[in-house]
Ligand binder design. Sequence first.
Ligand code: AMP
Length: 282
Amino acid sequence: MYIFRNIVDLRLHLHKAKATNQKIAFVPTMGALHNGHLSLIKIAKEKGDLTVASIFVNPTQFNDPKDLDKYPRKDEEDIAMLIEKGCDVLFLPSVEEMYPDGTKPKKEFNFGKLTEPMEGAHRPGHFEGMVQVVNLLLEIVEPDFIIMGQKDYQQAAIVRQLLVQAHPNTEIVVAPIIREEDGLAMSSRNVRLLPDERAEAPTIYASLSTLKSLYKVMPLKEAQKEAIEKIEASGSMKVDYLEVADAITLQPIDHWADADKAVVCVAVHLGKVRLIDNVLVG
Ligand code: AMP
């Protein structure tokens, strides 16, 4: 696997691949890789001829400085995992390489109401930072495919729009959520859970699954309230939000009939960690 820390060398390498008509499949990550990330690498290898991953803990998308400080960093282990999975190229830039003129965004995008609810409402500035870095990475890599996880449902929906507005030659592939055996969605942040918190965490997915089974059986608002209560029952978890939204527009709905397909998105504080998860319904 080739590892590039600077943009010029990476682009030279990719230029050679493009000149021979190789399709590039790109997997952006923040590292501390787990099987969820590796499932995206597998899909990238199926979709393209050259698999490019990036590891960059992007400071501009962290609304909480403590979360950025504590974000796990495991470059050596990550590199070994990527080599084992047959990733061809890793882009591992520094903050200075990505933002030589400071971190203020140079381009402004407008995604209408897509960025307003859920993560947009609860993590001010998060999506601006995410769009800034994904746009920059797409300008650098110019991939044919970008592979992203359904785990970050709203993020994937926004990137889909970003492609329409600024990168029409790149296609998004959204990969299913990979879970631990007990249902907890894999996340780089899970390693920060204390043992008793880790034992509580599967309740999040259990509640989403129950809510899903109540689709058109129980009125949406009642089912939603039950799900929140179930998560908060033990007292150790605090729901930041639990919304049922139209799966396309991401606008919250009050009745099952308000959308053909819905997504239930949740964010939960557990100890010092904030976890997100979602399920599609209908
Ligand atoms: P992150 O490193 O958290 O920024 O995630 C990088 C990519 O991996 C994003 O597209 C995530 O949606 C995806 N991802 C994170 N966790 C999972 C998971 N459990 N299953 C599938 N994809 C995931």
